[in-house]
Design a protein around this ligand. Sequence first.
Ligand code: SF4
Length: 386
Amino acid sequence: MAWNAARKAELTDKIAAGERLTRQDGEDLYECDDLAWLGAQAHGVRTAKNGDVVYFNVNRHLNLTNVCRASCAYCSFERKPGAKDAYTMRVEEAVELATGMAHEGLTELHIVNGLHPTLPWKYYPRVLRELKAVLPGVALKAFTATEVHYFEEISGLPASDILDELIDAGLESLTGGGAEIFDWEVRKQIVDHDTHWEDWSRIHRLAHAKGLRTPATMLYGHIEEPRHRVDHVLRLRGLQDESLEAAAGSFSVFIPLRFHNDNNRLSHLKMAQPADVLKTFAVSRLMLDNFPHVKVFWVMHGLSTSQLALNYGADDMDGSVVEYKITHDADGFGTPDKLTRDDLLTLIRDAGFQPKERNTRYEVIREYEGPVSLAERRAEPQAVWA
Ligand code: SF4
């Protein structure tokens, strides 16, 4: 498609009128190299939905086991049984770890795991129950649709019964993982388990019917093409239409995840560069008119690109927030693995937004001062060397 002023004007009008964008519109938007224009369109939509707010929450990630029977091509996490750095936590170990987090002011525990070949199904609700007992005020966001599908296999129970038992044990939300790219031609080359669009969507639909609000992700920047990204968000948009119409729950947020090429079978691929990242956020925000939020996971995008993504459709920042600085280089490019609360607030305010701390259900639990002018920010003399 040749980009020209007429097509740009047509899409500008369509977006301003709040008309739903088509597959062709989405594919055309990916071909547009006018990033400033794309950003302005996405920012307009983001501002209409969420004003100048950037949400964040204080959470911790817990991976009960990295042992997995699958070997997905993009995965750097899984280990085979017997590998020297393979681990599986006993319930007591998970509880001990969670107990150590009790003073950290967190509101959410994010739990995802490998598909362990021998752990019994009952282990999972038991862990949730015991974690809830030591962290009663903390929301448990746990398990991908892939894991729930796997629980069906190892328990012989249908997903509905599995979700009922997990909810009874304290589950507040599923996680959004396992989505990767839904298109089968791409998916069959990178995913090594049996959970594809049909089961992934079935399980989220079921969770919505039971009143859960769930996130949805997309792993991009590997072997897929822009049209696969458009297809991915269109499937999610369709499912969200259904849930908003018929269910008590729905998708809460869309999370683009940038593929990382370290320590996996796709290490030969180049990672998505910042312009592609920003375009992906903008097009996703524009296509997903029925999703309330778009989240940038700064650990996977780097701090600078994440800050820019707030002007390309993102209104939520995720990544570990701590009170004190004990950080590591998460990606080998200087991105820390944790931010202090003050650093995160500065990052948000410096981009011109108002930070609000939220819980898993996107209820605001703490408000902070909004952005300040550059003059105020620089009122104190700045050290030349730290
Ligand atoms: S299912 Fe795939 S992505 Fe998930 S841990 Fe196993 S290998 Fe990694």
